[in-house]
Structure formats: structure tokens, C-alpha cells
Design a protein around this ligand. Structure first.
Ligand code: SF4
Length: 353
């Protein structure tokens, strides 16, 4: 603390800024790598723990910086083994993160914003509104803690990271990309980018930027309707980013990365689950290589939608398969603790996509 103003979290410096700070102290360059590894490999919680640094350097760090750590304020376990964590941030805001085990896999679903301003009709996060973007270190810590929990509870580390929690990650581009760097760098967690998926509502500039910046992660589009006008009703972002523009951006992403795009489609009873909707979806998906994830809708108090019934779901899926599309039906995990897709709304046991 400097008077009443909290010191800057050291993790808000990028590697270049950290290097400049170290060099300005006339310290050796290799100290940068040591500090970097403390921050992004070990998630070190205090400067005192950096015991391979000289005391003078630790004191200088303490004078200029601090750590704004996340604290777990609630943890709920679903009957299916998924866990939902509520984290309190240094400004008392609350976010949620989900850890999902399945068949030797362990997936962490990361939040990128506090709340979300995009007002998708089916999403519980939308009712919170947008509060702020998360810092790279606030997303990194969600992943780091989930990784430690996975090792402890399941006996193996996380295998996959999905940016599908609260918020639109491409509206927090710099911090999300910085976090991906820390997670994938050999000096950080060293995870392969092929294990990372970012889900977007269709932020076209962000999709193109990810392609141009050669980030090479998997991209998922939260589509939910291939009918442009209907999609604008379900997801207001579609009014400014219509499906034709989203498709062009996805084509660009595929051309640059050669990666298949995932299409996420919630099945909502009598809304988007007719065979005509399946036909529109198939047409949309013929524009670039995709795999389609049909998602069972989870009810929550913030919307009146209902999940499609089994007969309709099978008919919808069969139609897509008859068009030679790759389709899987995802039954969301963590329904009983409001951790499933679209249910994250800071309703913890204490009451905090
Ligand atoms: S679905 Fe995603 S983009 Fe839409 S309101 Fe929810 S968190 Fe935001």
C-alpha cells in the first residue's frame, strides 16, 4: 500500500515492462526470467517466497508492487463431479469458474469479464450486466487454481481450457491473449494451445485479430440460430455483427489457421429446434469446416426458455448427420449447482456462460 492507493499488481506488467524495471535497477537480465517463472509457472503469492532473488531485489519489488490475489469464497460440487468456484477479486467483485472432469480429461471453464454486457436472452450471466474486464492474471489464477484442484481431486492436471465462462472474451482481447501466452509459454504453465478453446458470440474484429496475431487456438462460435433475424432477437450483438459478417470472419480464421471451427448450438424448445432450423444451420455450416456441438439447455430463473425434448433433439441431430456434418450432443455438467452452460450468475452457496 502506498498511502491509501494499492500498489500495482506486478503481474500487470508484460515481460518487456518487467525487463525494463529490472534493468533500471542495474540488476542482471536473468533475474527477469526468474521473476517471470515465479509469477507464471509457480503462481507465487508473495515476494518473500522468491527466495532465489537477492534480498535487495525482493525489497525493491515490495516497494513498487503487490499481488491482488483471488480468494475462493465458495465451492460447490455437483453430483456429476463438476465443481464451481466463486472467486472474490481485489475490488470485491465476484466471478465464477467451473472445473469439469470426464474420462481422464479435466476441463476448466474460465470467465473473462465480471458480468457481461451482451444481453443474450438465454444466458444467466447477462442479467448481471457488464462490470469490468478481467486482468490476464485474474484469468491465469482461475486456471492455475483449477489445475491444482484437478491434481488434488482427480489425480491429474487440467487437460483443456475453455473460455466459455462469464463474459465475451474477444471484448477483452489483450488480457485474454496475454493469459494464453502465460498459460502456453514454456516459462509459464507450458500447456499446448491445441488444448485451448475460446468461445465468442461473434466479435468479428476479434476473430480476425486472433487469426492475424497467429494465436492458433480453437475457436467456437456461440451460434444458437442460423436465422439472422431470430439470432438478433436471441443475441442482440447480431444486430451489429450479422451472420454474413460473422461467417466471413470465420472463413478468414479457418483460411489462416487451417483449424476447424466449433459451432455451439443450444436447443431451445419450439424456438430454434425445428427441422427448418436444422436446415438453416446445415447451410451455415457448409461455408467452412466445422464440428457442431448441440447443447442441452439448462433452465435458470432469468429466462423462460425450455430444453428441447428428446424426440426433437434426435430428429435435429439426425438431420445434420444426414448432411455429413460432425455433430455431438453435449449434456451440460453441473446443472444442480448452476455451473452448466449459460447458468453462471454469481449465485453461490453464499449467494455471489
Ligand atoms: S452468452 Fe456469453 S456473450 Fe452472451 S450474455 Fe452470456 S456471457 Fe455474454
Amino acid at each position: 500500500m502506498n498511502g491509501n492507493i494499492p500498489l500495482q499488481d506486478i503481474r500487470s506488467l508484460n515481460e518487456e515492462q518487467l525487463s525494463e524495471w529490472v534493468v533500471a535497477l542495474n540488476e542482471k537480465k536473468f533475474r527477469v526470467k526468474q521473476i517471470f517463472e515465479h509469477l507464471w509457472k509457480h503462481n507465487t503469492a508473495s515476494f518473500d517466497e522468491m527466495n532465489n532473488l537477492p534480498l535487495s531485489l525482493r525489497d525493491a519489488l515490495k516497494k513498487d508492487f503487490s499481488f491482488h490475489k483471488l480468494s475462493i469464497i465458495d465451492k460447490q460440487t455437483s453430483k456429476d463431479g463438476s465443481l464451481k468456484y466463486a472467486f472474490q477479486l481485489s475490488d470485491n467483485q465476484i466471478i465464477e469458474t467451473v472445473l469439469i472432469p470426464s474420462n481422464r480429461r479435466s476441463t476448466v471453464c474460465v470467465s473473462s469479464q465480471v458480468g457481461c454486457g451482451l444481453a443474450c436472452q438465454f444466458c444467466a450471466t447477462a442479467h448481471l450486466g457488464y462490470k469490468r474486464n478481467l486482468q490476464a492474471y485474474e484469468m491465469f489464477e482461475q486456471i492455475f487454481i483449477a489445475n491444482e484442484e484437478s491434481k488434488l481431486l482427480f489425480g491429474y492436471p487440467i487437460t483443456n481450457i475453455v473460455w466459455m465462462g462469464m463474459g465475451e472474451p474477444l471484448l477483452n482481447y489483450e488480457h485474454v491473449v496475454a493469459c494464453i501466452h502465460y498459460v502456453s509459454s514454456p516459462k509459464g504453465l507450458g500447456m499446448s494451445k491445441s488444448r485451448i478453446t475460446l468461445s465468442t458470440s461473434g466479435i468479428t474484429e476479434g476473430i480476425r485479430r486472433l487469426a492475424d496475431d497467429d494465436i492458433k487456438i480453437h475457436l467456437a462460435l456461440s451460434l444458437h440460430s442460423a436465422h439472422n433475424e431470430q439470432r438478433s432477437t436471441l443475441m442482440p450483438i447480431n444486430k451489429t455483427k450479422p451472420l454474413s459478417e460473422v461467417a466471413n470472419a470465420l472463413m478468414y480464421y479457418h483460411q489462416k489457421t487451417k483449424l476447424r471451427i466449433s459451432i455451439e448450438y443450444l436447443l431451445l424448445e419450439s424456438v430454434n429446434d425445428s427441422l427448418e432450423h436444422a436446415r438453416m444451420l446445415a447451410r451455415f455450416c457448409k461455408q467452412f469446416p466445422v464440428k457442431i456441438n448441440l447443447i442441452e439447455y439448462n433452465t435458470h430463473p432469468y429466462s423462460n426458455f425450455k430444453p428441447s425434448n428428446t424426440k426433437q433433439t434426435i430428429a435435429f441431430m439426425d438431420y445434420l448427420k444426414s448432411k455429413n456434418l460432425i455433430v455431438t450432443l453435449r449434456q451440460s455438467k453441473g446443472k444442480d449447482i448452476a455451473a452448466a452452460c449459460g447458468q453462471l450468475a454469481n449465485q453461490t452457496g453464499m449467494d455471489s456462460k
